[in-house]
Ligand binder design. Structure first.
Ligand code: NAG
Ligand code: NAG
Ligand code: NAG
Ligand code: NAG
Length: 441
């Protein structure tokens, strides 16, 4: 006879393993915390072996995840996924190696700004929601990006309100569906011309729902081993991020123009000057490609395309082999950098929202007092039930110099029914697994 308690514990452990058990990540104030109450710092790599979805081949993910563990990574960032794919094998492979996944929700056809025109439409929203629906079930989904480098020049500043509008829409959707509060943020181009306007704009509105949950920078300022915190430009990044009210981190990092890559900047990011402000870094990128940023290869370069196995002369599956000395240099940096930060129980957010940046003709053109654009475009039906029609704003297109049709048509967010059916089926599935195990014993 197995003692009852041990039996129950055994069943419980099986159930937990079945549901991808790993502490979940939330954003509180300017920091990330695990559900165990520890501050979470990202040590990540960008992971996109194939264009459409690198998270469907479990065997491949297991090979990569175990090498990433040796590297000391705790996160990957994936730019494109297929929301109809089965990601459970890969998500579990990463979870088993304590690796979290940061997912970009856009696809090539649904960027917030396409052909220079920003918009947030029902079509785009549905497509991002499908990604969220698929990935919210995994405990190691750490966060969602609502966009990557949507704004690159002053002329793009008109896109900023749409970016925020998209984030608000998706936060509302997340909460209405009863999903856990998976942080939703943005990955910005590190360009002086938009700094610090964009960074401040996405957190400046008085209504906290109309702010991002986190902000991140793709930064390639620190090249080679001779710069330091002061000469690299990081001192400037720190200046504009100090006191930022939401988590901020490097969503791409690791300049390669002065080889070998020594990743000395990691010591600054996780060191005394920056560690209280920044939540870590994601190194660009895992696979070696033409741009020469890879930390691993899957075989010699060259040769014709072969389906998704060889594309652009690079093999995209198989046993990963470290690119040296870069891989070992990064591993060595990370192994010495283990900040513990603050416990969530001891943390009270204190930073307040910065003022909204003022509008300047020919520069940052966003009128800070305008409401956010409403969801919709010509010929698109509003996504929310029309009970809140009275709240619809007809003027929000004027928030920016953006086309006004992008702002037409959306009514205020209305309630969604929480997905109790989904929860119930999960419970039933768990019971079924438990019953199956008991039967088998
Ligand atoms: C969005 O529109 C494109 C092209 O019109 C279509 O292929 C796609 O299925 C649509 N996506 C959604 C989620 O409706
Ligand atoms: C805050 O913004 C959200 C999203 O736009 C909106 O639903 C909510 O009503 C706003 N709350 C207040 C107090 O204005
Ligand atoms: C950066 O400059 C400050 C002020 O001059 C100095 O105190 C600090 O030691 C410098 N840091 C590094 C890493 O050189
Ligand atoms: C999945 O990855 C493994 C390891 O690289 C490979 O052998 C296999 O062919 C891949 N499967 C598919 C369907 O691509």
């Amino acid at each position: 006879m197995i003692p009852l308690l041990a039996f129950v514990a055994f069943i419980f452990s099986i159930l937990c393993a079945g549901v991808n058990a790993i502490p979940t990540i939330t954003a509180v104030g300017s920091k990330f915390f695990t559900s165990e109450g520890n501050q979470f710092y990202i040590k990540g790599v960008a992971y996109q072996l194939v264009e459409d979805d690198p998270l469907v081949n479990k065997t491949q993910c297991q090979l990569d995840a175990s090498l990433m563990k040796q590297l000391g990574a705790n996160s990957i960032r994936v730019y494109h996924v297929d929301p109809s794919g089965d990601h459970s094998g890969c998500m579990n492979a990463f979870a088993q190696n304590n690796i979290y996944v940061w997912v970009d929700m856009d696809s090539f056809k649904t960027y917030i700004q396409l052909d220079g025109v920003p918009s947030w439409t029902k079509n785009k929203s549905d497509s991002y929601r499908a990604v969220m629906d698929n990935f919210q079930q995994y405990d190691n989904t750490a966060g969602f990006f609502v966009g990557n480098e949507v704004l690159n020049s002053n002329a793009d500043s008109a896109a900023a309100p749409y970016l925020l509008s998209a984030a608000v829409d998706l936060k509302n959707y997340r909460d209405a569906k009863g999903y856990r509060k998976i942080p939703i943020g943005y990955s910005a181009t590190d360009t002086a011309i938009l700094r610090p306007m964009l960074q401040n704009y996405v957190v400046c509105r008085p209504n906290a729902t109309e702010r991002l949950d986190f902000y991140a920078l793709n930064s390639y300022e620190w090249c080679g081993s001779s710069p330091d915190y002061n000469t690299s430009g990081y001192v400037g990044l720190q200046e504009s991020a100090e006191g930022y009210p939401i988590p901020i981190f490097f969503s791409e990092d690791g300049c390669n123009t002065v080889p070998p890559r020594t990743f000395n900047d990691q010591a600054a990011i996780f060191g005394p000057e920056m560690v209280d402000t920044w939540s870590g870094a994601i190194i660009y990128e895992w696979i070696q490609e033409t741009n020469n940023y890879g930390l691993v290869t899957y075989g010699a370069a060259g040769g014709a395309n072969q389906g998704s196995v060889v594309v652009d002369g690079f093999t995209r599956q198989g046993m990963p082999t470290p690119v040296q000395p870069d891989f070992s240099n990064l591993a060595a940096q990370w192994s010495t950098l283990t900040p513990t930060g603050v416990k969530s129980a001891a943390y009270t957010p204190s930073a307040s929202a910065p003022a909204c940046p003022t509008s300047t003709a020919g520069g940052w053109t966003v009128d800070p007092s305008s409401p956010l654009p409403t969801l919709g475009a010509v010929g698109v039906t509003p996504v929310y039930p029309s009970s809140a029609t009275g709240a619809a704003s007809s003027t929000s297109g004027a928030a920016t110099s953006a086309t006004s049709q992008g702002a037409a048509g959306r009514v205020g967010p209305g309630p969604f029914l929480a997905n109790n059916a989904g929860l119930m089926s999960t419970v039933i599935a768990l019971l079924a697994v438990g019953a199956g195990v008991a039967f088998w014993l």
